[in-house]
Design a binder for this molecule. Structure first.
Ligand code: URA
Length: 425
């Protein structure tokens, strides 16, 4: 059946409900480039303002999945469970989580992305390991899942191509921040990847897409609903992202922190979120076990080394470091009340850890190291952070972005949990 793109856009613009046929036609025609970019942009803007009903959204997501291939992981021979984070500053959780869960004989098919803007990307972090390959064929991906159970690699071009085309349009038409569009974009890729179950980490706060708990809850409920519509058991945790996660933001710096966590140490908040997500993943897989023990006894580290080696990386190679390191000092004495995640994310980006356009290179060694955490007492002039960059220009830009990142006052803080909510059965 064929439709007029103008009629579909007009119907949504005026608040109408699109028929399943119209949605499928539009997504297929846009993926085949039979509908123009300006028409797809207009429909995305209409969805941004008018939203979509649950049934429209389910068909929309299904059409995006069907625009490419849905992988079949049935030959892996173990339950498959993946995790997706909506993105935050210092969010390296996928790195320790994937081998940790795989150490329980559960397969974790982590198809990941690159960083854009102030949030880092898992692939960029993994590529700071000498030799590590993120481009695997579907056959290599499935073989590694069967043999090791842990894979972190890039999604192939045939995975939800409608999303790839639409995400690029949304990025340049101010239509990213729409709950149905974010939910369908994330879930179409995760469902097409073929996982049996999925745990979502929906970040809330100044360093995240979702600044408030209500919108984050709505996004989580929408994604959990889409998972169940498509036979993928899905649970979401809401975790706070007002403060950077852990003590590092930057590619190799975050791998270094990952190794601390896999060695049974590392920052408390990174361990808390990793263990909480792992427990949800094991529950969905129907496997009993205590993730904290597998971090402490080295099983997760063994799995990490096996995964890195299988993808051509050298797990013992020294990690790259930036050419220059500059210290940031406390302007006054007191207690660290706040470390602004957005400011730290922007600083890491400007220091070279992130990219402004998707074709830009990233620096493996660049980023920010926090030397203090919330609740720590500092004297005026104490070192509170380090800026790692390759040039004076990058250090200048990082320093400017970090200005005001630390709020130092008199409030003594109780350590609080990062986990602020859960959506799912
Ligand atoms: N991540 C995605 O994959 N899609 C979105 O729309 C937003 C974040």
């Amino acid at each position: 059946m064929s439709f007029s793109a103008v009629d579909v856009i007009r119907a949504k613009r005026d608040g109408g409900e699109l028929t399943p046929e119209a949605i499928r036609w539009f997504i297929n025609a846009y993926t085949a480039r039979e509908v123009a970019d300006e028409q797809a942009s207009a429909l995305l803007m209409a969805v941004y303002f008018q939203g979509m009903s649950a049934s429209e959204l389910s068909v929309w997501t299904d059409a995006m999945i069907r625009s490419g291939r849905r992988l079949d992981l049935s030959s892996v021979g173990r339950p498959t469970v993946d995790k997706h984070s909506t993105g935050g500053v210092g969010d390296k959780i996928s790195l320790p989580l994937c081998p940790l869960v795989a150490s329980f004989d559960v397969a974790v098919p982590q198809l990941s992305g690159r960083g854009l803007g102030h949030t880092g990307g898992t692939l960029d972090k993994m590529e700071s390991i000498a030799g590590f390959r993120t481009g695997l064929s579907s056959a290599q991906f499935v073989d590694q899942l069967r043999e090791i159970g842990a894979v972190i690699c890039a999604a192939g071009d045939d995975l939800a191509p409608a999303d790839r085309a639409m995400y690029a349009l949304r990025d340049v038409t101010a239509t990213i921040e729409s709950i149905p569009l974010i939910a369908s974009s994330i879930m179409s890729k995760k469902i097409a990847e073929g996982t049996d179950a999925l745990v979502l980490d929906v970040k809330v706060g100044s360093g995240a897409f979702m600044r408030d708990v209500d919108r984050a809850t709505m996004l989580a409920e929408t994604m959990v609903g889409l998972g169940s519509d498509h036979g993928v058991r899905t649970v979401a945790l809401l975790t706070s992202m007002d403060t950077p996660l852990g003590r590092t933001a930057g590619n190799a710096l975050e791998v270094r922190e990952t190794l601390e966590v896999l060695a049974g140490g590392g920052p408390k908040d990174v361990v808390e979120v990793t263990v909480a997500l792992a427990a949800e993943m094991l529950e969905l897989a129907g496997v009993e076990g205590d993730p904290a023990t597998a971090l402490a006894d080295g099983r997760a580290m063994d799995k990490w080394r096996a995964m890195v080696s299988a993808q051509g990386g050298d797990p013992s190679a020294p990690l790259p470091v930036a050419r220059e390191v500059e210290e940031v000092r406390a302007p006054s004495a007191g207690v660290v009340e706040r470390i602004d995640a957005l400011a730290v994310g922007l600083a890491a980006w400007r220091l070279g850890a992130g990219r402004a356009r998707k074709e830009d290179p990233v620096s493996a060694g660049a980023g920010v190291v926090l030397r203090v955490g919330i609740g720590d007492s500092v004297a005026a002039g104490d070192v509170v952070a380090e800026l790692h960059g390759d040039s004076a220009h990058q250090l200048d830009a990082g320093r400017t972005a970090m200005a005001g990142a630390f709020q130092i006052g008199t409030d003594t803080h109780e350590a609080t949990s990062r986990i602020i909510g859960r959506v799912g059965d």
